[in-house]
Design a protein around this ligand. Structure first.
Ligand SMILES: Cc1cc2nc3c(=O)[nH]c(=O)nc-3n(C[C@H](O)[C@H](O)[C@H](O)COP(=O)(O)OP(=O)(O)OC[C@H]3O[C@@H](n4cnc5c(N)ncnc54)[C@H](O)[C@@H]3O)c2cc1C
Length: 475
């Protein structure tokens, strides 16, 4: 066996997952088709839950140093200040280009010892009882125990598995580019404001160092969005939509994207799993896709590592689909609603006005902010306590902060009673006796992804919950 896990695709989902696996000593290789990282900037920001995820692994500092913090709040372009306080230590949106996010996560993964093979395109796949064989375009075979397709919306892995990807095809398309302009900044701003009155999918804004990022609706929908537009096509569409091409020239990159909305029917097929855009695609409005992919990887990493390590209880790996499929389905639903709310037709405008009024109700506003930032996600663990299934925020402890104790990606019993024990699981679960005013339970058992698996103060009860997430007690 060459590796424990093959990750296909070195986008944000793939490198995040590879880092999570490597943290647990898993031998992992990342196969990436492209010879070099893409210069195309797609996502522009990280929401609170993704920021928390980075913080939980001690990765946040470089992101904060290179990003810009913006206030949280608003929905579908309707601006409202977020309710205060929010249930997070990171109540801000972190503006940071996707290219920077990918670079930092790649550096982290390679620092941990992940091998990233660029120029390696997966073209074939077969699995048997013992493992998975990936076939590369140059005929090389890579054998591993598991394989995860993080190979984007047109996932070859998903196609080879024959997993259905139902939903809506792209009905609209946009061209995007990073360019220089000859038009003065004031003129650009004035035209953009005017055009956006009727065309929400249009934008030209500074992206630093004298460059501008352009997004303009395309004329129709192309067969193959992987083929970038020409600069002439962008100029022509700008003239049609905005009445001027702003003197665009010297494109750094050109790209196109559509509004297809689809989700894989299943995230696991035997030893092969899907994560990130390979499992779900939706229009970029709302800025969710990259965030969703990072959080898929965070959910899957420790479960797959447990499987490789041999201690995963029955059903743990399947819980990746059970937990993450509904989360993405909800994001898809929300993004469909956002697309309608952004329409400038009279009907959607009226609904938009109503939503804006509803958002003045604190509970509605909080519900929407917790949805967009993903801090409100609650997995169904079948328990009634309000904390169980939710992730715990970075609470203050007497000895420091909770997330500082979670960098190794292990389970954690946060015990305020000092009477509990994880004997038998100490190789997988840390036991911290400390006090916090912010937890709201005598003790909380946290999974490696920070979600609360159990709360209480009874040792027998704890013993009945530990095996569900952490397998059998050691000898
Ligand atoms: C214009 C635009 C704006 C966006 N803005 C936001 C935003 O603000 N916030 C947000 O959260 N999301 C945003 N998104 C979505 C975000 O960009 C994606 O969700 C994210 O890139 C998904 O990451 P991924 O790693 O799953 O897939 P990808 O980034 O698509 O990475 C897949 C990787 O797999 C590789 N690959 C593909 N096939 C193979 C193969 N056969 N063999 C080997 N390698 C292969 C590809 O080369 C690629 O490197 C935006 C998207 C667009 C188009």
């Amino acid at each position: 066996m060459d590796f424990d896990v093959t990750v296909v695709g070195a986008g944000p989902t793939g490198v995040m997952l590879a880092g999570e696996l490597r943290l647990h000593g898993v031998r992992v290789v990342v196969l990436e088709r492209e010879a070099a990282p893409t210069p195309v900037v797609r996502a522009l920001g990280l929401h609170a839950r993704s920021i928390e995820v980075l913080d939980q692994r001690g990765l946040l500092a470089p992101f904060l140093a290179l990003g810009t913090q913006y206030p949280v709040g608003g929905f579908a372009g309707i601006s409202k200040p977020a309710p205060d306080p929010l249930d997070t230590a990171h109540p801000y949106l972190l503006g940071i280009p996707q290219t920077t996010t990918e670079r930092l996560l790649t550096e982290h993964a390679t620092d941990l010892g992940v091998e990233i093979r660029r120029g390696s395109e997966l073209v074939g796949l077969s699995q048997d009882d013992g493992g998975v064989t990936a076939e590369l375009a140059d005929g090389t075979l890579v054998r591993s125990r598991y394989l995860v397709g993080c190979d984007g919306g047109r996932s070859t892995v998903r196609t080879l598995l024959g997993v259905g990807f139902p939903g809506e095809p792209a009905r609209r398309e946009w061209l995007s580019a990073e360019v220089e302009l000859t038009a003065p900044a004031e003129q650009v701003a004035a035209v953009v404001t005017e055009v956006r009155e009727t065309q929400k999918g249009f934008g030209v804004g500074p992206s630093g160092e004298g460059l501008y990022r352009v997004v303009v609706p395309a004329e129709g929908v192309t067969e193959d969005r992987a083929v970038p537009p020409t600069l002439a096509e962008v100029q022509q569409r700008l003239r049609v939509v905005a009445g001027t091409d702003f003197g665009v020239h010297a494109a750094r990159w050109l790209s196109r994207f559509g509004d297809a909305t689809r989700q894989a029917e299943r995230y696991r097929t035997g030893r092969v799993l899907l994560a990130g855009d390979a499992a779900h695609v939706h229009p970029p409005t709302g800025g969710q896709g990259l965030n969703l992919g990072l959080q898929d990887a965070f959910n899957l990493g420790w479960k797959l590592a447990a499987e490789v390590d041999g201690w995963a209880p029955d059903g743990l790996l399947d819980s990746y689909h059970t937990e993450r499929h509904p989360v993405a389905a909800d994001v898809l639903t929300t993004s469909r609603a956002v697309a309608e709310l952004l329409s400038t037709e009279p009907g959607p405008r009226a609904v938009r006005r109503l939503v804006s009024e509803l958002m003045d109700l604190e509970e509605v506003n909080r519900f929407l902010v917790e949805k967009v930032t993903a801090i409100g996600i609650r997995y169904d663990f079948g328990a009634a306590h309000r904390l169980v299934g939710r992730r715990l925020r970075d609470v203050a402890l007497r000895s420091g902060r909770l997330y500082a104790l979670m960098h190794a990606g292990r389970g954690l019993l946060l015990d305020q009673t000092g009477r509990l024990s994880v004997a038998g699981w100490a190789d997988r679960v840390d036991h911290v006796v400390d006090v916090s005013d912010e937890v709201g339970a005598p003790a909380a058992l946290l999974r490696p992804d920070g979600h609360v698996a159990w709360v209480g103060d009874d040792q027998q009860e704890l013993l009945s919950h530990l095996p569900r997430w952490f397998g059998a007690a050691a000898g």
